[in-house]
Design a protein around this ligand. Structure first.
Ligand code: 2AM
Length: 503
């Protein structure tokens, strides 16, 4: 270890390490290196101890690493309260490491799970560790391998007290945007992992919308990928400026070296998923929040992956207007219309994601500051975008904002875009180009702004077949019509509600 940095913190602590990382696969290694590079003494440990030696051999000169070959030595090398970051595969491995670790720790120590855990697992583990007098911090870490090393966006949950001890180190290693670290205390127990999950869900929606925009330009106007790359480059200098739009241009511009074809044409068109999008939708269903943008993105990936079904349909040749293109007047200004539709749909997708955070925060008593979530997503994250500054401003202006769509800026942005948005969705429908993200976002917007929804008819149907009752627009109370009798209306005792079959 050349050039060992001894931070004031380390010397105060009798030469014990400031923090420890166990689990030294790429993410754990990079986090440990990032911590060391910021002048903190970092204890490192891994189940297979050769990885500890590899890390120190290869990167020992980057800072003050304290290698341990047993968990006992690792824990003993940490200053109190001990701060232990676990970076293992989410699931059983996390529980296994916690089980080994807990007997070695003392009251007040802090266990951090920096993996992609499901927030319900984090809630359970936090409860269990609290009984042992330990703090459990489930933290979202965004930015992948590179982010872990160069500066991720960090979303820590757990007790406020644990953040006092841990926050300064995390804020140190997080990426910085305009002088603000992309790390803040999110809220108790599962809040950090929840917010990270929704972040990933929004990422799904954003990518789906971008993919639809590409498809509309390619199939609707007959543009070549390299030309569409130019369009995305152009869009990246306006309101749509974001990491995802930037890399879309790069991917579309790329030519396959082997065939000379556009890269997108040689890639199998079946999108995969690791599951956080699905988790987001499952949670949204439980919370009753319509995250249509995220759900459509998850379903679109599932449809793309249904290879057998797709082939059978293709072989049979199910009818459609495929092959039809926009021409003449229809094509005029279409590229810009797609830009506006993309922006409006993106506003809806983010509004829905933030609604889900709002609902969970209320349900679990987390007190999540939504403006701060937009702030810490501005760097490190896949969804980093100029747009997030606007979201932060919206929530800063009104912390109780009922929907992002109600913020003056977003309301007028969507209003300005809506003619183009309707034009693009109509064109997609006419041409047979699937645009579930664009069209469901528009349907959501139209549903939300509607004076009367046909849900009244749904209530009538439910009352007829299941006596599920309904409320009236003109008076308080719950009612049931005697559909099988004289069609008279009965006022229901509220205690009866919910006693019928659930539909
Ligand atoms: P390994 O090198 O011994 O496999 C990512 O999988 C990281 O988590 C690796 O560093 C891996 O250690 C570690 N890991 C996986 N399962 C584990 C377990 N049950 N206990 C401890 N570490 C584990």
């Amino acid at each position: 270890m050349a050039e060992t940095t001894t931070t004031p913190a380390a010397s105060d602590r009798g030469d014990l390490a400031d923090v420890g990382v166990t689990g030294l696969a790429v993410m754990g290694r990079n986090l440990a290196r990032n911590i060391a590079r910021h002048g903190h003494a970092v204890a490192v440990h891994n189940r297979t101890s050769s990885r500890v030696d590899e890390l120190v051999d290869e990167h020992g000169d980057e800072g003050d690493f304290r290698p341990s070959h047993s968990l006992e030595d690792f824990v003993a090398s940490l200053a109190k309260p001990r701060r232990v970051i676990i970076m293992v595969k989410a699931g059983k491995a996390t529980d296994a490491v916690i089980d080994e670790l807990v007997p070695l720790l003392e009251e007040g120590d802090i266990v951090v799970d920096a993996g992609n855990a499901h927030f319900e697992d984090t809630r359970r583990r936090e409860r269990d560790l609290r009984e042992h007098g330990l703090h459990y911090v489930g933290t979202g870490v965004s930015g992948g391998e590179e982010g872990a090393l160069e500066g991720p966006s960090i979303m820590p949950g757990g007790s406020r007290e644990s953040y006092d001890a841990l926050g300064p180190i995390l804020e140190d290693i997080a990426v910085d945007v305009d002088g603000t670290p992309c790390c803040t205390y999110v809220g108790p127990d599962g809040a950090g992992h929840f917010v990270k999950m929704v972040h990933n869900g929004i990422e799904y929606a954003d990518m789906q919308l971008i993919a639809e925009a590409y498809d509309l330009l390619r199939s609707g106007l007959g543009m070549e990928p390299a030309d569409i790359a130019g369009v995305f480059e152009d869009w990246n200098s306006g309101d749509l400026e974001s990491f995802l739009v930037e890399i879309t241009a790069r991917v579309l511009r790329h030519t396959d070296a082997q065939t000379g074809k556009p890269f997108v044409d040689v890639v199998v068109d079946q999108a995969e998923q690791k599951g956080t999008g699905r988790w987001t939708v499952q949670s949204a269903l439980d919370l009753g929040i319509p995250v249509t943008g995220i759900a459509e993105a998850v379903f679109a990936r599932a449809l793309s992956g249904a290879a057998g079904q797709r082939k059978a349909v293709l072989d049979k040749g199910l009818a459609g207007p495929s092959g039809v293109r926009l021409e003449g007047e229809d094509a005029e200004g279409f590229v810009d219309a797609v830009r506006q539709a993309l922006y409006a749909s993106k506003v809806v997708a983010y509004a829905q994601g933030f609604d889900q955070i709002t609902a969970a925060s209320a349900e679990y008593g987390w007190g999540v500051d939504r403006g701060m979530m937009a702030t810490i997503w501005r760097g490190g994250c896949i969804i980093r975008a100029r747009f997030l500054d606007r979201i932060k401003e919206a929530y800063d202006a009104d912390e109780h904002l009922a929907s992002l769509l109600l913020d003056d800026y977003f309301a007028s942005a969507v209003d300005d875009a809506q003619d183009a948005w309707r034009r693009v969705v109509s064109a997609a429908v006419r041409l047979g180009i699937p645009a579930p993200g664009f069209s469901s976002a528009l349907a959501y917007y139209d549903g939300l702004r509607r004076d009367r929804l046909p849900a009244s008819l749904v209530q009538g149907l439910r009352d007829l077949f299941g006596a599920h009752t309904y409320r009236r627009v003109d008076t308080e109370g719950t009612f049931h019509t005697l559909w099988g009798g004289d069609l008279s209306e009965e006022r229901q005792d509220t205690a009866d509600q919910g006693s019928h079959s659930p539909h």
